[in-house]
Design a protein around this ligand. Structure first.
Ligand code: HEM
Length: 119
């Protein structure tokens, strides 16, 4: 697979991952535990797709901007996992949900900006 094809695969993977994340949150928040569990499992599979395609692009095109972008993207996946698991287990207390959602929004914006305009 060449670089452009890998880039398109990566873009499709992260786009679907973001949709799956939103669907997971909506299902879990509306008490649909079974559906939420299935979609969350699919979401985790997509973390892997995004990580593998992203890591491949990183190896093929490694410089400061792709490195920074990759670190922030891993932090974003970590934030999504903390949010979805926290909502599922109902363990997000006090200011925690607000902090995580703020972190999620800021990271999504920076990672997409970095992907398209810097890296
Ligand atoms: C967390 C979700 C992620 C989002 C929203 C995201 C977003 C993007 C975007 C918008 C691009 C540019 C696509 C284009 O130019 O057509 C891109 C490329 C790239 N991504 Fe990701 N990405 C994510 C995860 C990752 C991960 C986990 C890694 C590495 C471990 C990674 C590494 C890269 C690299 C190296 C490129 C190529 C940059 C270039 O060619 O200049 N990404 N990503």
């Amino acid at each position: 697979m060449n670089y452009t094809a890998m880039l398109h695969t990566h873009t499709l993977a992260w786009f679907l991952m973001l949709i799956l994340f939103i669907v997971t949150v909506i299902l879990l928040k509306s008490g649909k535990a079974k559906g939420g569990k299935i979609v969350q499992m699919t979401l985790r599979l997509f973390y892997i797709f995004v990580l593998v395609t992203g890591a491949t692009l990183l190896i093929w095109n490694f410089y400061w901007a792709t490195g920074v972008k990759a670190i922030l993207a891993v932090a974003l996946i970590f934030t999504m996992e903390q949010l979805s698991t926290g909502i599922k287990k109902d363990t997000l207390q006090g200011s925690r949900p607000m902090v995580l959602w703020t972190q999620f929004i800021i990271l999504v914006i920076i990672v997409i900006y970095f992907g398209y305009f810097v890296a």
